[in-house]
Structures are given as structure tokens and as C-alpha cells.
Design a protein around this ligand. Structure first.
Ligand SMILES: Nc1ncnc2c1ncn2[C@@H]1O[C@H](COP(=O)(O)OP(=O)(O)O)[C@@H](O)[C@H]1O
Ligand SMILES: C[C@H](O)[C@H](O)[C@@H](O)C(=O)COP(=O)(O)O
Ligand SMILES: [Mg+2]
Length: 474
């Protein structure tokens, strides 16, 4: 049996469990379980199926043992902002409503009547997305005050899954910052802000940073598995774990490319200047209390929805190939338009947008996906220009991580559009970042710098250079 750590990475489109262990100075990972994560409809709201996700964690742990592993620790990471509330008996008061649910429409604007956008940004440094936790809680205060009044525990999605494993309740720092309720300077819940919003401060748990140990498995679970595990806190915000895996370089911008595209740079301080506010950048918390200065852009969600609209007839690789073969088609959309957050039919929404903007309407799967890929590359270029304007410097390279790093056509398009060197990989950056954070916490890896060197030496990266530049070299 191989002793290992388990990383449970639950993204907005899929969940993946990896067993990870060090051997000869390299990190070895093995995918032991993968499942689809999808939104379900409950009481007229779009929700996540938390019981199903918890069952997959248990299944994955059993599978890891059956595959010859003895896990000594597990770390869970998921998407941000979403949460559940528990009552005084630790019973669920709410479903895990998804950030894609329209219930927060208009809530951000109402919050601005109480607290200015500028003040919110100055204190939290967090981007304005209408689905941030602050606006979800404001919706509950306005439409379901009885729920908020009964709430004794606020747990974000990974916190709740950790609670089911250990019986321990805590909030983890990187994910807590995505709520827009944590003060960027004190790194604590902003009690004054909560008071102004009329949201009860007592339900928030103590905040623990990545690498902390939460506790051991509940006895009934360790006897079911036949072994005990430490439940450790990686950066439980999946993008926080992904960024742990990025190249350590002052000249690199990362693009965490999955359901969402998160484009940014790691910092030791929050950047809450007006330009960052105007461009809607965020300062989400990172490992070692660093900051992830980044911009959320729609990401490959649009391709996932187009794939679903075509009844899964085509693979992601098929779409990349068809888009590449489409050639002379140049219509694009603003991928950050709210209309693409949860349209009934993504293909029709893209076509409608092109028609409304007097562009050629994409008809074939290749034209539709080329339009989306070209639009994504365009939005990446805009975000990179804004980062370089704020930093007053030119970045030389881009590190594309996450599942989207497997899309070689898109990687080449990013290189051609930005004229920068693109290093693509690792595709499982989130799980890898989750694992190395656990190993640092267990004392098996000395520190973050060493962890990043191990990641670089353990996983292949492909380089893409602008065709325009290489043509010039011929
Ligand atoms: N073989 C592939 N070729 C091209 N794109 C791929 C491939 N495999 C995955 N992808 C892209 O990666 C995305 C999923 O990335 P991932 O990081 O797993 O997302 P999340 O963590 O949000 O669930 C898919 O939506 C798809 O666009
Ligand atoms: C809602 C947030 O924008 C979202 O969680 C984003 O921060 C994120 O973590 C997306 O990660 P994926 O791996 O699901 O793309
Ligand atoms: Mg992910």
C-alpha cells in the first residue's frame, strides 16, 4: 500500500479526486475518481447537489484504498462564493444555491444604497460580481429574514463538506475572501460591514489559512474506510489552489482556464486603486496570505454549454479542431455580458448577440465555437492590457493552467493574440496545488517556493509562441 494524500477538486463542471505522493523528489499523482458536477433545480432555484458531492468524496476514498493507496490526509477545494447556513442543531437551513441562480439580480445595486462601491472595494479589494456571497446573503435578508434569524453557522461549500467528514466547523481564508465580506487588511470577517448590512456576525466561523489541519475523520467514517485521515485545509477556493501551482516568476501572468477563466498575477499586497476598481479586478486571498490579483472572465463554460446544446455529440477536442478548420470567420461576442451567465441555449444566445451587433451569424459548430474561442482570446488580451497598465510594466509570459490548457488551438490563439510566450499546463493545477499545500502542512515539502519547483519538475508544460513572431524569424 502506498501512503498518499488525497486532493478532492470539485470544479463547476466536474469533480476529480487524485492520490498524490512524493517519490525521488517528484510529485506523483493518480486520478482515482472523476464525476460530473452539475446544477440541479430545487424549489425554483439553481442548486448544487451537496449530498451527491459528499457521496462522491466517500466513493473516491474507497476507490483510492482499493487501488492500493493508504491516504494519510485529504483536502477539498471547490468553486467560490456559494454557502449553506445551519441552525442551532447543525441542520441545513438552506439549499446550496448556485451563483448562477438569478436570485441576486438587483441585490448589488441595493447594497450600494447602504455602502458605496468605493468603500466596499477599499476594504475588501474584491471584484463586483452580482453573485458574490454578500449579495446572496442580502437577498436572504430581504426575502427570507426568518432563515437568517435562525442561522447559527455559515459554511462555504468546502467548509460544509469538511464538516460532514469531521464534525468540525470552520471557514477557510482563501474562499472566505471571495464573499466580499473579509477585510483585505485584517484578514478577518468585516464586522462593521456586516453590521451595516444587518447580517448577524455571530454565524461566521473562525477563519483558518491554507495548510491548517481541521481535524480527523468522524469515527464512523474511519471505521468504514478502515483507516483514519487528517482533514487538511488547502486553499479551498479552487482557483486559490490552482495558483499555488503556477510558475514562480515576476514576468508571468496566469490564466486559470476551466469553467471560468481567471487572469491575474500573485501579489504580497492588495491593489485597491481606482483603476483596479474601474477594471473590476479582485484581490482574492492566496496561500501564505498572498493576494491573487485577477479578473474573472466567462471561460470555457460557454463551450461546456454549447457541447450540451449539441447533446454531447462532439468532444472538447472536436470543438477545438472544428474551430481551427473554420478559417475565415470573425464575429465575436462580449463574453462578460451577463446574458451568457446562464442562458437557456448558449448557441442561440451567441447567434442573437451577433445578429444584434450586425455581425455574421455563426451557423456551424465550427463557426459557433470559433466565435467563442476568438472572443475569449480577445477578453484575455483586454485583461492583460489592463494588468500591464496598472502594474506599469510588460509581462513576458503567460502560464495557462487547468483543463483549458489542453486546448492547443486556444493556447496558440492566446500566443498569437498577445504576442507572448504561452506555457500551458499543468491541466490539473488545482489538484496539484491542493496536494502540495497539504504536503507543506505535513512537513514533507519545505515551503511554497520548493513546492513550485517540485511542480515545475514533475509536470510537463508545452510552449506556444506567436505565429506572427516565428514567421518573422523565418
Ligand atoms: N482534451 C481537451 N481538449 C480541449 N479542451 C479540453 C480538453 N479537456 C478539457 N478541456 C477543457 O477544459 C475545461 C474543463 O476544465 P477544468 O479545469 O476541469 O474545469 P472545472 O475545474 O471548472 O470543472 C472543459 O470545459 C474544456 O473546455
Ligand atoms: C464563482 C467564481 O467566480 C468561481 O468560483 C471561480 O472563482 C472559480 O473558482 C472557477 O473555478 P473553475 O475551476 O470551476 O473554473
Ligand atoms: Mg477547476
Amino acid at each position: 500500500m502506498v501512503k498518499c494524500s488525497l486532493a478532492m477538486d470539485i470544479g463547476a463542471s466536474s469533480g476529480k479526486m487524485f492520490a498524490g505522493y512524493m517519490e525521488n523528489g517528484k510529485l506523483n499523482i493518480k486520478e482515482v475518481h472523476r464525476f460530473e458536477n452539475k446544477i440541479i433545480k430545487k424549489d425554483e432555484h439553481f442548486c448544487w447537489d451537496l449530498q451527491a458531492l459528499y457521496a462522491e468524496i466517500v466513493t473516491g476514498t474507497h476507490v483510492s484504498r482499493d487501488q492500493g493507496f493508504t491516504p494519510k490526509s485529504i483536502g477539498i477545494d471547490t468553486w467560490a462564493v456559494d454557502f449553506v447556513l445551519l441552525d442551532e442543531k447543525d441542520e441545513l437551513l438552506t439549499d446550496a444555491v448556485s451563483y448562477r441562480d438569478p436570485r441576486t439580480d438587483g441585490m448589488m445595486e441595493e447594497v450600494f444604497q447602504l455602502i458605496s462601491k468605493e468603500r466596499l472595494y477599499l476594504e475588501t479589494g474584491i471584484q463586483f460580481q452580482k453573485f458574490n456571497t454578500i449579495y446572496q446573503l442580502y437577498y436572504l435578508k430581504k426575502h427570507h429574514p426568518e432563515i437568517l434569524n435562525k442561522a447559527k453557522s455559515f459554511l462555504m461549500i468546502p467548509d460544509y463538506l469538511n464538516y460532514l467528514l469531521t464534525g468540525k466547523k470552520a471557514n477557510e481564508y482563501t474562499n472566505a475572501t471571495s464573499t466580499q465580506l473579509v477585510n483585505a487588511f485584517t484578514k478577518k470577517w468585516d464586522k462593521e460591514l456586516l453590521g451595516q448590512l444587518g447580517i448577524n456576525k455571530e454565524m461566521f466561523m473562525e477563519i483558518f489559512p491554507p495548510k491548517s489541519e481541521l481535524g480527523k475523520l468522524k469515527p464512523e467514517l474511519s471505521s468504514e474506510f478502515g483507516f483514519d485521515m487528517q482533514v487538511l485545509l488547502p486553499a479551498t477556493h479552487d482557483t486559490g489552489s490552482a495558483v499555488v501551482s503556477v510558475l514562480e516568476s515576476d514576468d508571468t501572468i496566469f490564466i486559470s482556464s476551466g469553467t471560468w477563466s481567471l487572469i491575474g498575477v500573485e501579489n504580497n499586497f492588495p491593489i485597491c486603486v481606482t483603476k483596479a476598481l474601474d477594471y473590476n479586478f479582485t484581490n482574492e486571498g492566496g496561500i501564505n496570505y498572498r493576494f491573487r490579483f485577477l479578473k474573472n472572465t466567462m471561460g470555457l463554460w460557454m463551450i461546456q454549454e454549447i457541447k450540451r446544446n449539441y447533446n454531447d455529440r462532439y468532444s472538447f477536442a472536436d470543438f477545438a479542431k472544428m474551430a481551427e478548420e473554420t478559417g475565415d470567420f470573425h464575429s465575436t461576442v462580449n463574453v462578460d455580458d451577463d446574458r451568457f451567465l446562464k442562458p437557456k441555449n448558449m448557441i442561440e444566445e451567441v447567434q442573437k448577440y451577433c445578429s444584434e451587433t450586425n455581425q455574421v451569424i455563426p451557423k456551424t459548430p465550427g463557426q459557433v465555437t470559433k466565435c467563442v474561442f476568438d472572443s475569449l482570446a480577445k477578453s484575455y488580451q483586454t485583461a492583460i492590457n489592463q494588468i500591464e497598465e496598472i502594474y506599469e510594466k510588460e509581462f513576458k509570459t503567460i502560464n495557462v493552467i487547468g483543463g483549458g490548457s489542453q486546448n492547443e488551438m486556444l493556447n496558440q490563439l492566446i500566443a498569437d493574440t498577445t504576442e507572448k510566450e504561452v506555457f500551458a499546463g499543468p491541466s490539473e493545477a488545482t489538484a496539484i496545488g491542493n496536494l502540495v499545500s497539504q504536503l507543506i502542512g505535513l512537513g514533507e515539502i519545505e515551503n511554497l517556493n520548493k513546492a513550485r519547483q517540485i511542480v515545475k519538475n514533475s509536470f510537463e508544460m508545452k510552449v506556444f509562441r506567436s505565429k506572427h513572431k516565428t514567421e518573422g524569424l523565418k
